[in-house]
Design a protein around this ligand. Structure first.
Ligand SMILES: NC(=O)c1ccc[n+]([C@@H]2O[C@H](COP(=O)([O-])OP(=O)(O)OC[C@H]3O[C@@H](n4cnc5c(N)ncnc54)[C@H](OP(=O)(O)O)[C@@H]3O)[C@@H](O)[C@H]2O)c1
Length: 275
């Protein structure tokens, strides 16, 4: 991994590299999403995380084009929605996403959730999508260790990434270690615990200590823990703030303290019970 910075990237196991910090756009309504992506790109973000189900792929695409930044310089992620899982369905879904995004490839295409009875065929479709050049890399999201074990028995292409909920209050270290041993990047979604733990008094104490905001402490912890991180904001001031995390470093003691805060606090859907 290169030194932490907004332009720092980490190589995937599939020949491209992903910027360590990206912008998430879940729940950003179309116009907000356009402004958020445009601002993020102006501030130096080069990684945007959307999904078919977010309903804002078209706005992401227009913002990227309007930014004037070369498409090759932006790492664009979208995801295969549950209703579109299956071999034929997934191949249709990527074409719909690409059309909305206004691009002929994404940098990473993820299976959004490990849907029972569908996920194996979906992965075969993603392999084809990669072979056809419609996705530079392919990966998964919300896959637990059991789902990854099952997938790795079936495939020669190891997922480049597993995007899962991960923050100080939800740390699945078994999953993180498993991904690490298999060369799968762990991407932390909801790194701010979906905004639900920003007022935690321990976070506030550290924010005061480092003279940074509570959100910046959570984002910095995740980066220093070796994750790829995609905080969401629709607000240009907060988008800038969330990227202003490279002028300080959490001490080893503070990293350890935050790493002890796990309470299995899940803010999003729970894949642990999916067969
Ligand atoms: N694969 C999956 O199943 C999955 C699931 C969930 C999320 N994700 C991805 O991960 C991204 C991030 O996760 P998330 O959206 O759930 O939550 P998050 O990034 O943990 O938190 C977002 C919330 O925090 C607020 N916020 C952002 N920056 C802030 C700051 N500096 N100060 C105070 N509040 C701040 C946002 O409000 P404002 O917008 O008003 O600033 C929003 O309410 C998503 O957008 C999506 O791309 C993926």
């Amino acid at each position: 991994m290169s030194e932490l910075s907004l332009s720092a990237t980490i190589p995937t196991n599939q020949s491209n590299s992903v910027p360590l910090l990206g912008l998430g756009v879940w729940k950003s309504r179309p116009k907000e999403c356009y402004e958020a992506v445009k601002s993020a790109l102006e501030f130096g973000y080069r990684h945007i995380d959307t999904a078919a189900i977010y309903g804002n792929e078209a706005d992401v695409g227009v913002a990227i084009r309007d930014s004037g930044i070369h498409r090759n310089d932006i790492f664009l992620v979208t995801k295969l929605w549950n209703a579109d899982q299956g071999y034929d369905e997934a191949q249709k879904a990527i074409d719909v996403s690409l059309k909305k995004l206004g691009t002929d490839y994404v940098d990473m295409y993820l299976i959004h959730f490990p849907v029972s009875g569908k996920r194996k065929d979906s992965w075969k479709a993603l392999e084809k999508i990669k072979k056809d050049g419609k996705a530079k890399s392919i990966g998964v999201s919300n896959f637990m260790v059991s789902h990854l074990e099952e997938l790795l028995k079936e495939t020669d292409i190891v997922p480049a990434m597993n995007q899962v909920e991960f923050h100080p209050f939800l740390q699945d270290t078994e999953l993180k270690n498993y991904c690490s041993t298999k060369g799968i990047l762990l991407e932390a979604y909801s790194p701010l615990a979906h905004g639900q733990k920003l007022e935690d008094e321990r976070v506030t104490r550290l924010a005061k200590k480092y003279n940074k905001s509570n959100a910046q402490i959570l984002i910095r912890w995740s980066l220093q823990a070796g994750n790829v991180v995609i905080p969401k904001s629709k607000n240009p001031i907060r988008i800038k703030e969330n990227a202003d995390v490279f002028d300080f470093q959490l001490s080893r003691e503070d990293m350890e303290e935050i790493s002890s805060w796990n309470e299995n606090f899940r803010t999003c859907w729970d894949p642990t019970t999916v067969e």
